[in-house]
Design a binder for this molecule. Structure first.
Ligand SMILES: CC(C)(COP(=O)(O)OP(=O)(O)OC[C@H]1O[C@@H](n2cnc3c(N)ncnc32)[C@H](O)[C@@H]1OP(=O)(O)O)[C@@H](O)C(=O)NCCC(=O)NCCS
Length: 206
C-alpha cells in the first residue's frame, strides 16, 4: 500500500509516522519546493503537485499535510477532483467512538479522543492529545492543536484553528476561519474570522 503525502512539513512527518504504524508500506512526499527540497526527515520528496497529479492513480491513498487550513482545503479539492483516493489517517493510540464520523482527508494523531456523535469534517486535523467531546461538529479543514479540548456540543467552523492547550466551553460556536490562541479559555461564542486569546479569551485588537 503506497501513500502519497502532499506537504513536506513537520506536520507531514507526524502524518507519515502514523501511516507507517497503521501498516502503509511506503510513504512518499510531494511538495512544491521540490526539486530544491529532496527530503523530509527520513522520507524522500519525489516531486511537486504537478508530478503527483500526473501519477495520482499510482497511489492507494493520498493525503494533504499542509498546516494552513485554507491551502490544505484548496489542495485537497484539487487532488480529489483529479481522482485521488483521499486517505484518512488515525494514529493507533487515538480513541474514536464508533458513533463518531470522520471525513476524508482527516488526520487524528496519537492519544487524541473523538467521542460519541462527534462529526469531524473533511480535511480537519485533530492533533496530538486533542479532545473532541461528544456531539461536537468540527468543520471541514479546521485544526484542533495538541492538547486542545472542545467540550460537548461545540460547533467549530470551517477552517477555524484552535491553538495548543486551549479549551472551549460546551455548546459554543467558533466561527468560520476564527483563531483561538494557544492556552485560551473560550467562554463566549467566537465570531467568524476573529482571533481570540487569553483566559477568559478576548478578541485580539487590530
Ligand atoms: C493567537 C496567535 C495566533 C497570535 O499570533 P500573532 O497574531 O502573531 O500575535 P503576536 O505573537 O504578535 O502577539 C500579539 C500579542 O498577543 C500576545 N499573545 C499571543 N498569543 C497569545 C496567547 N495564546 N495567549 C495570550 N496572549 C497571547 C503576545 O504576547 C502579544 O502581546 P504584546 O503585544 O503585549 O507583546 C498565536 O500567538 C497563537 O496562539 N497561535 C497558536 C499556536 C499553536 O497553538 N500552534 C500549534 C500548532 S500544531
Amino acid at each position: 500500500m503506497h501513500l502519497a503525502v502532499l506537504g513536506a512539513s513537520g506536520h507531514g512527518k507526524v502524518v507519515a509516522d502514523a501511516a507507517e504504524l497503521l501498516g502503509w508500506g511506503s510513504v512518499t512526499f510531494f511538495d512544491d519546493a521540490w526539486p530544491t527540497l529532496k527530503n523530509n526527515g527520513p522520507w524522500a520528496v519525489d516531486g511537486d503537485t504537478t508530478w503527483l497529479l500526473d501519477r495520482i492513480t499510482d497511489f492507494d491513498g493520498v493525503i494533504v499535510a499542509i498546516g494552513s487550513n485554507h491551502i490544505r482545503a484548496e489542495k485537497q479539492k484539487h487532488l480529489g477532483d483529479a481522482g485521488a483516493k483521499l486517505a484518512t489517517i488515525v494514529h493507533p493510540s487515538a480513541v474514536i467512538s464508533s458513533h463518531a464520523s470522520l471525513g476524508e482527508g482527516v488526520v487524528v494523531f496519537g492519544n487524541a479522543v473523538v467521542n460519541a456523535c462527534a462529526v469531524v469534517g473533511a480535511g480537519a486535523i485533530v492533533n496530538t492529545g486533542a479532545v473532541i467531546e461528544h456531539d461536537c461538529i468540527v468543520g471541514e479543514f479546521a485544526h484542533v492543536s495538541p492538547n486542545a479540548a472542545l467540550a460537548g456540543g461545540v460547533n467549530l467552523g470551517r477552517e477555524a484553528w484552535v491553538g495548543a492547550c486551549a479549551s472551549v466551553r460546551q455548546l459554543l460556536t467558533v466561527g468560520t476561519g476564527a483563531v483561538v490562541g494557544m492556552g485560551s479559555v473560550v467562554t463566549r461564542n467566537v465570531p467568524p474570522g476573529a482571533t481570540v486569546m487569553g483566559n477568559p479569551a478576548k478578541t485580539l485588537s487590530p
